[in-house]
Design a protein around this ligand. Structure first.
Ligand SMILES: *[C@@H]1O[C@H](CO)[C@@H](O)[C@H](O)[C@H]1NC(C)=O
Ligand SMILES: *[C@@H]1O[C@H](CO)[C@@H](O)[C@H](O)[C@H]1NC(C)=O
Ligand SMILES: *[C@@H]1O[C@H](CO)[C@@H](O)[C@H](O)[C@H]1NC(C)=O
Length: 201
């Protein structure tokens, strides 16, 4: 009986391995990239950019999509859900070089102080990280300085990224309802240079 079981396991393993071989559509670049992670080649990168937060006016890039029964009477706008597609720039001036878009959802999620739950993707469309995204998720106490948010991942150059960002309000124009946010992101990414294929077995 034990022998039969062992044979069955061996048989299943052979099938699984051969199937893996047949159905694998993994590209070579993908394999090499994955091998590099296994070898633990990571480097810490510091990124700095500005986010143009157009909260009002005809060209607003932040829009409310939902609110709760309590929102209008809440001093923290509790329950307000907004979606944003903010311009990311190299410098604080909105006409400085464009780097991409900050897209996501922000929810007022604190009953007593201004605090928003953020689910945001920095989508880069220019520069060194063109085509890559960096994903941020966390609590943002918007009235404080040096607000820390976790980097939970990314795509492209930021695959398997981890780290954190520090943000500050660089300026805010209450008449135009326009804010400029400064972001510094510290992110550990898999090193791109020096790819070499290594055998795993
Ligand atoms: C809105 O965008 C248009 C087109 O880019 C521009 O001409 C206009 O000046 C902008 N308005 C404001 C208030 O920024
Ligand atoms: C932003 O850049 C524009 C165009 O270069 C310039 O005219 C404007 O004065 C700048 N604004 C600030 C606040 O520096
Ligand atoms: C960003 O990448 C896209 C796709 O590869 C390319 O078409 C575009 O020209 C790039 N943009 C810049 C500003 O480099």
């Amino acid at each position: 009986m034990e022998k039969l079981g062992a044979i069955f396991i061996l048989f299943s393993l052979v099938i699984a391995l051969s199937m893996g071989h047949v159905i694998s559509r993994e590209s070579n670049a993908e394999k090499i990239w994955f091998q590099n992670i296994c070898r633990g080649k990571e480097k810490l990168t510091k990124l700095q950019f500005y986010v143009q937060d157009a909260l009002g006016g005809p060209n607003a890039t932040v829009w409310q999509v939902a609110e709760a029964a309590i929102t209008a009477n809440s001093r923290t706008a509790f329950g307000q859900v907004r979606v944003l597609d903010d311009l990311i720039t190299v410098g604080p001036n909105r006409s400085s070089e464009a780097l991409g878009r900050a897209q996501g959802l922000i929810t007022s999620a604190d009953l007593t102080v201004s605090g928003i739950a953020m689910n945001m993707n920095f989508y880069f469309t220019a520069g060194k990280y063109n085509g890559s995204t960096l994903c941020i998720l966390g609590r943002n106490p918007i009235d404080e300085n040096d607000r820390e948010l976790p980097v939970v991942g990314g795509t492209g150059d930021f695959r398997m990224a981890r780290g954190y960002s520090i943000s500050n309000t660089y300026s805010y124009d209450p008449v135009a309802n326009y804010g400029v946010l400064e972001y510094t992101v510290y992110v550990a990414v898999v090193e791109k240079s020096g790819y070499t294929a290594v055998s795993m077995i």
